[in-house]
Ligand binder design. Structure first.
Ligand code: GAP
Length: 456
């Protein structure tokens, strides 16, 4: 299967089976916005719940936060995002395509070094290599200009009186801004982390590749507060936990690699950053990030507000500004990589079977109950009611049994339970395994336990 073809197939399956729809579609859409349909919302939520369980609930050293998306604009000045959260863009004068200068160069000259270059240096590289517009082939570009990625909006109904604020560009800042509240109200001792899942917004110059890079996206991240001298130990520890998470969520680790950021490439707040990259149909791309943010953020917020954000060690009484290691995970990006990892096509009896081999824990539907015929609907519904107590279930009566299996395979349902005429006699059903397609006869009395064991 050619790679780009895989992307097209995943996008088409997402639309066909209710995972992801183009945003505002009946009004002609709004570029690079996407809506998660009935299957997509379950998948996204299951990934986010699994992440919360793995990194927060199952640990003693992590607490959660759900902060406001809008924050005082001074936060983004103190964090450096107003001054440093920038990308350079060029416009094609002929077809008016707007392009990120570094991506334009990297796509045309893969070994070019673009990190940290000024706009004049980016212009020089574009000219030197005779780089063409990927949309129309022209070399007629404007000079590179710098754009800030923070997404501005206004508070107040009357525009002339309203105050400009930013939709948050990352979750991290609220963990720093609420650090004191959390320390004052909890019993956290360093090392510990503050975790959050939520929406972020960035005025991306070149959004695209379906849900890979969008203006509005969901992020899962935590700030892990440590003593400065222990940062390397924790950096290694969290990198290995992030790799472990890939198997929990069902991202094909054979398609991932760790890439160290060069000095020039580091964000304004970071002393060391690694990306976990995924080999997508459109090249190796950042999936997750891990950054050592030093004490940059707490120090800046302390300087700007005059509020003491130091930690006092309860044993030694020593006071210091904690340092931070930050693992960050795109949630919407996880959805895409999970789908790309799970998509399979198999030849079965001369036909192509499309199957999403999702981990049962994140599959939108765990069990589908399929009565063989309409006459069996009421009895099969009793089995559905029984299963519904323990699993996300679907009851499907439409079309031939073969068609119903195909639909369940395409949405990644691990088990189908078929209720047939014999079920009325022997109080048993046929359970079909999505991956092996093998069928087993199971007593209805044992069904919930049988499926729980299978999925555990
Ligand atoms: N707090 C650190 C931070 O925000 P980042 O590398 O800028 O770091 C974190 O972003 C993660 O968010 C990325 O690793 C990626 O998974 C995801 N991400 C970033 N920009 C995105 C976008 N425009 N659309 C979807 N996901 C994005």
């Amino acid at each position: 299967m050619a790679d780009q073809n895989l992307m097209d197939k995943v996008v088409s399956l997402c639309k066909r089976r209710g995972f992801v729809f183009p945003g505002s579609e009946i009004y002609g859409g709004l570029a690079n916005t996407w809506d998660y349909g009935p299957m997509g919302v379950e998948l996204k939520k299951n990934i986010s719940d699994a992440w919360w369980k793995f990194f927060v609930r199952d640990r003693k050293d992590m607490v959660g936060l759900d902060a406001a998306i809008l924050m005082n604009p001074k936060v983004w000045q103190a964090s450096g995002h107003v001054d440093c959260f920038n990308d350079a863009l060029v416009d094609c004068k002929d077809c008016k395509a707007r392009l990120r200068a570094d991506h334009l160069i990297e796509d045309a000259v893969p070994d070019a070094k673009v990190e940290g270059l000024s706009t004049a240096e980016l212009d020089d590289l574009i000219r030197k290599h005779g780089i063409k517009c990927p949309k129309c082939g022209s070399t007629n570009f404007t000079e590179a200009r710098v754009f800030n990625l923070l997404f501005q909006t206004n508070i107040g109904p009357v525009s002339k009186d309203s105050e400009a604020v930013y939709l948050r560009g990352e979750l991290a800042q609220s963990m720093f801004v609420d650090f004191k509240n959390i320390m004052d109200t909890g019993r956290q001792k360093i090392p510990f982390g503050i975790a959050q899942v939520g929406k972020c917004f960035r005025n991306e110059i070149t959004p695209g590749n379906f849900i890979f890079r969008t203006i509005e996206f969901d992020l899962m991240e935590f700030e892990f507060f440590i003593k400065e001298e222990e940062w390397e130990k924790w950096f290694d520890y969290w990198l290995s936990e992030m790799k472990e998470w890939l198997s929990v969520v069902g991202i094909d680790s054979a398609k991932t690699r760790v890439r160290e950021h060069t000095e020039d490439e580091l964000s304004h707040y970071s002393k060391r950053t690694c990306d976990i990259e995924f080999e997508t149909p459109f090249g190796w791309k950042e999936l997750y990030g891990l950054a050592y943010r030093t004490d940059f953020d707490l120090k800046n917020h302390m300087d700007k507000t005059g509020i003491n954000l130091q930690y006092r060690d309860p044993v030694t009484n020593e006071q210091y500004i904690p340092h931070v290691v930050e693992p960050t995970f795109g949630l919407t990006r996880s959805v895409l990589m999970v789908l790309l990892s799970a998509y399979n096509e198999e030849e079965v009896d001369g036909e192509t079977r499309v199957v999403l081999k999702l981990n049962p824990a994140i599959a939108p539907v765990k069990v589908a109950v399929l009565p063989l015929q309409k006459k069996l609907e009421d009895d099969a519904m009793k089995v559905y009611d029984l299963l519904k107590k323990d699993f996300a279930c679907e009851f499907d009566l439409s079309g031939s049994i073969g068609k119903r299996y195909r639909r369940q395979d395409e949405i990644g349902t691990p088990y189908c339970v078929t209720f047939d005429f014999e079920s009325l006699e022997d109080n048993s059903v046929t359970v079909r395994d999505r991956d092996t397609m093998q069928q087993e006869r199971i007593s209805i009395d044992d069904l919930n336990n049988y499926l729980k064991n299978k999925m555990s």
